[in-house]
Design a protein around this ligand. Structure first.
Ligand code: DHB
Length: 282
């Protein structure tokens, strides 16, 4: 498969998560059979992330309220060229997942991506744990403005990662806008389901209490998002499925639902980067 000018060796990659931020993470991802190495999500300013505990393993689901811990744009200005070279030596394109609150945040990070010549830009519009001004996935005008603005800065392939939509009409409206923009290479569906809650021994398992739901429980939800987006988007826009992928059989389900690629994060947070290899034959 090709994405822009990049040859993709396998239709599986990591999703944005807490173990895709450092040079060591990139090195470990380069050593897997993943088709693309994704760094992020990153933000303009350094972030320590939310107070611990901020990740909970519930077995057939996970909860996270990481709060996008990352060393910020200044760090990535130095690190991204090294990360890109590392990925290229491993025969993989480097993608960067960028996150923010405003159009200006995304424009600043798109400039960083352009300057450091990363191969693919992913807009994380669905992180539920830092949403002071609301989750961007639910703001159609801001989605359109960010896509248009970022496209004005870089002509690299653009991935748009969205929250899962429980309202099919809302999903169709967003798919329509993205289809119209003619600037999006792939829709990545989907980020965590916002605001799950769990207690153990009478106490919330996550310090901030509400947290994004990921893992196995998201499999039918992720597949349903892929099925709907594939039907609604123009053929030239790829669909990348995320949610509950733990085995090669799960990736096959995503491909049957219409996905061109899959991403996974909970699996590698739990079992390490090399767990990606379980999803890829040869
Ligand atoms: C991160 C990003 C996410 O979208 C998410 O659901 C969890 C963590 C992160 O980059 O830290």
């Amino acid at each position: 498969m090709r994405i822009g000018s990049n040859q993709i060796s396998a239709p599986v990659m990591n999703a944005a998560c807490s173990v895709a931020k450092t040079l060591a993470d990139v090195k470990a991802l380069c050593q897997t059979k993943a088709g693309i190495v994704l760094v992020g999500s990153i933000t303009t300013l350094p972030r320590e992330g939310n107070p611990e505990p901020r990740w909970f393993d519930g077995g057939d689901y996970a909860l996270n309220s990481m709060g996008l811990p990352n060393p910020g744009a200044e760090f990535y200005k130095q690190a991204l060229p090294k990360m890109r070279d590392m990925a290229h030596r491993a025969g993989k394109p480097l993608a960067i997942s960028i996150a923010g609150h405003s159009l200006e945040d995304y424009l600043e990070l798109a400039k960083l991506a352009a300057e450091t010549e990363v191969d693919i830009v992913e807009l994380n519009l669905g992180c539920p744990n830092v949403s002071d001004g609301g989750i961007i996935s639910f703001n159609p005008q801001l989605i359109s403005d960010i896509i248009a603005g970022v496209h004005g800065i870089t002509d690299k392939p653009l991935f748009v990662k969205l929250s899962p939509y429980s309202n099919p009409e809302e999903l169709a409206h967003i798919a329509g806008r993205i289809g119209e923009s003619e600037k999006v290479t792939a829709v990545v569906t989907s980020n965590t389901f916002p605001n799950g809650f769990m207690m153990e021994g009478g106490k919330p398992v996550i310090k901030n209490e509400l947290a994004g739901v990921s893992g196995r429980a998201m499999l039918p939800i992720g597949l349903g998002q892929v099925k709907q987006f594939r039907k609604l988007l123009p053929e030239n826009i790829k669909v990348i499925g995320v949610g509950g992928v733990e085995t090669k059989a799960d990736t096959e389900l995503y491909f049957q639902a219409g996905a061109d690629m899959v991403q996974t994060a909970t699996l590698i947070v739990r079992d390490g980067h090399a767990a990606l290899n379980r999803l890829i034959s040869t």
